[in-house]
Design a protein around this ligand. Structure first.
Ligand SMILES: [Zn+2]
Length: 267
């Protein structure tokens, strides 16, 4: 199961600006470098002096850019190594981390820089300060298909639709969701593992993909009808399933990016 890495692991993994850039490169372009402007796959790393600034160049549109263009790190003089450590600190601190402490620990030039970083990181986490914390207690998981203009069957397997999985913590009423490439036992289980505490009790419907969870480390309870579950969050819906579905509908515009990607546009 994936757990948060230790501080030592994090520092070892990101102990130079180059390691941070290469790591971010892999996240951003898992199938090889792409141009951020024209999406050409001919883009390449620049050499010589430009390599010291980690620049890329696209021969197709002659654009020069860095790995951070269009991300929360864009337009910032703060090195990625400090950004990554700030993300680690913010994710590790259960009750948030004061910007003054961030400034001190990361040797930032000013309090404003620390505030700026905190704001950007929070933005990437969809302004959810509890993003890094796993849901505990009883969590409900459901998936649906949204979008697509073509008429066709509704529900699982519908054409031109994006599968979305959502998880709701019953006690707090908080919801997390993610667009999936495909609904499989593995993708659902990965989502549940990432967002639910191993000690939590997972309530799902009877769709067989979830049965994979039975042998895993989370306790799965399959088959409880959603109509019996009350939503205790701040939503107008009486039943959890309605709440989850409604939340998905309202957030339709954000779904194509999924939860992990940073916003492409700057605020
Ligand atoms: Zn290009």
């Amino acid at each position: 199961m994936k757990t948060q890495p230790s501080l030592l692991e994090t520092v070892r993994k990101f102990n130079s600006e180059e390691m941070c850039v290469r790591h971010f490169e892999k996240i951003r372009w898992p199938n090889g470098l792409r141009c951020v402007r024209c999406d050409s796959d001919k883009a390449r790393r620049m050499t010589g002096e430009a390599a010291k600034r980690f620049l890329y160049w696209c021969p197709a549109c002659r654009y020069q850019y860095t790995v951070t263009v269009g991300t929360i790190f864009h337009d910032s003089k703060i090195p990625l190594i400090k950004w990554f450590l700030a993300i680690y600190m913010i994710c590790s601190a259960k009750k948030g981390i004061p910007s003054l402490q961030l400034k001190r620990e990361l040797d930032l030039g000013s309090y404003e820089s620390a505030l700026y970083m905190t704001h950007r990181i929070r933005l990437a986490m969809r302004e959810d300060p509890d993003f890094c914390e796993k849901f505990s207690g009883i969590v409900e998981v459901d998936e649906t298909y949204i979008g697509g203009k073509a008429k066709g069957p509704r529900g699982r397997g519908a054409a031109n639709k994006v599968p979305v999985v959502a998880m709701k913590a019953r006690t707090s009423g908080k919801i997390r969701m993610q667009a999936l490439e495909a609904v499989t036992g593995q993708s659902l289980a990965d989502f549940i593992r990432e967002h639910a505490d191993p000690a939590s009790e997972v309530h799902t419907d009877e769709f067989k993909s979830y049965l994979w969870l039975d042998s895993s480390e989370v306790r799965a309870q399959v088959g409880e009808p959603y109509s019996d579950l009350r939503c205790s969050g701040q939503c107008p819906h009486k039943r959890s399933r309605e709440c989850v579905v409604s939340f998905q509908a309202r957030n339709h515009g954000h779904l194509s990016q999924g939860l992990r990607e940073v916003p492409a546009a700057l605020p």
